[in-house]
Design a binder for this molecule. Structure first.
Ligand code: PMV
Length: 342
């Protein structure tokens, strides 16, 4: 399917959705190679710094939004389980932005299915709010471009802005208007793999929404921000040149400095476990043995190993041998968030 077909398909699906007030969208989660941590504005989710990520093509969330005038309130089911409370409130807040823009008062039914394992430490909210935004906008009859959809997804979860475009995405800091993500390379650009060692599936005590406001309490956040443009540029160049030995050390430095900020904030956030540390040291040993594999770590204890496709199976097999590693998930680059047939 070429890009014109895709464009036409999307336009057709948008027309249908507007008629039925119902749309279904698919989105992939993403892994940040240069991290977002802390906001300039917590309410608007305007990030303290720009970030860069890769969509994870083998993981996905599919969400259907139906606006229905017979509903008294929004309803939400994730993998068939009804959700109320703060999770539903966060979804309603995002839908309110769509309703305001479309001049619509109807409440909505949201049904979401995801193959991102719950508690896997892979940012499921990035795919969740990207799929929700794309489906809700279409169901409300809005014809939003990718930048506007990325902005809308950002309001639900910062990293969701980067799951709207495809492949490798750069999310700008800036103001409400300019802080959107754009693709800098399509998924086919580079068959990079994220081999995730899951070391804990426990629910995190402090998730990213609670963590971002703490970033400014760390004396290291200013140093992190001061160096981020340099790391971002180095990462972008290495990515465009498909140069893993140049990319690897930069993503490791960026992940570690984010965790240094987390550990030195008040109250501190310690996401690493002894297995996390063991995996970092193992990765260093592999590098000394000549294997081009590098780590990054999100707001959790799981370790993401980044390598090229040819090495992924070997890395997976080695990870399974390490005590404390519960499961291993592998994904290559994924496409943009998009409307699909119901
Ligand atoms: O989008 P949030 O609020 O879940 O924040 C994501 C934060 C990190 O995953 C730690 C880093 C990132 O840039 O994705």
């Amino acid at each position: 399917m070429n890009s014109t077909d895709t464009h036409q398909d999307q336009a057709l699906l948008r027309e249908k959705a507007a008629r039925r007030r119902r749309a279904t969208a698919l989105a992939h989660p993403n892994i940040a190679l240069i991290k977002y941590w802390g906001n300039q504005d917590d309410n608007l989710r305007l990030p303290a710094n720009p970030s860069l990520s890769m969509n994870l093509g083998s993981l996905q969330t599919i969400t259907t939004v139906t606006f229905d005038d017979s509903l008294a309130g929004d309803t939400l089911a994730i993998n068939g389980v009804p959700f109320t409370g703060p999770t539903l409130e966060r979804v309603t807040a995002n839908l309110d932005l769509v309703r305001r823009q479309a001049g619509l008062t109807y409440r909505a039914r949201i049904e979401s299915d995801s193959n991102v394992p719950v508690g896997s430490g892979i940012a499921s909210s990035s795919a969740a709010f990207a799929a929700l935004s794309v489906a809700a906008a279409a169901a409300a009859g809005l014809d939003l471009d990718q930048a506007a959809l990325s902005r809308l997804a950002r309001r639900g979860s910062g990293s969701a802005s980067r799951s709207v475009p495809g492949g490798f995405c750069l999310w700008q800091a800036g103001d409400d208007d300019s802080s959107v993500a754009r693709s800098i390379a399509p998924p086919e650009h580079w068959d990079l793999q994220d081999v995730v060692a899951i070391v804990s599936q426990e629910h995190k005590e402090v998730g990213s929404s609670g963590g971002h406001p703490l970033a400014r309490t760390s004396p290291l956040q200013a140093a992190r921000i001061a160096g981020v443009e340099r790391r971002l540029e180095a990462c972008r160049e290495a990515l465009l040149a498909r140069n893993l030995p140049a990319l690897g050390p930069v993503i490791e430095e960026d992940a570690v400095i984010m965790h240094a900020v987390m550990m030195s904030s008040r109250p501190p956030l310690y996401y690493w476990t002894p297995t996390t540390m063991a995996l970092i040291l193992t990765t260093q040993r592999w590098q000394r043995d000549g294997l081009p594999v590098y780590f990054t770590i999100d707001a959790g204890p799981n370790v993401h190993l980044i390598c090229e496709a040819g090495l992924a199976q070997q890395v997976e097999a080695e990870l399974h041998k390490i005590p404390g590693v519960q499961t291993v998930l592998t994904s290559g680059p994924g496409g943009p968030a998009r409307l699909i047939e119901h």
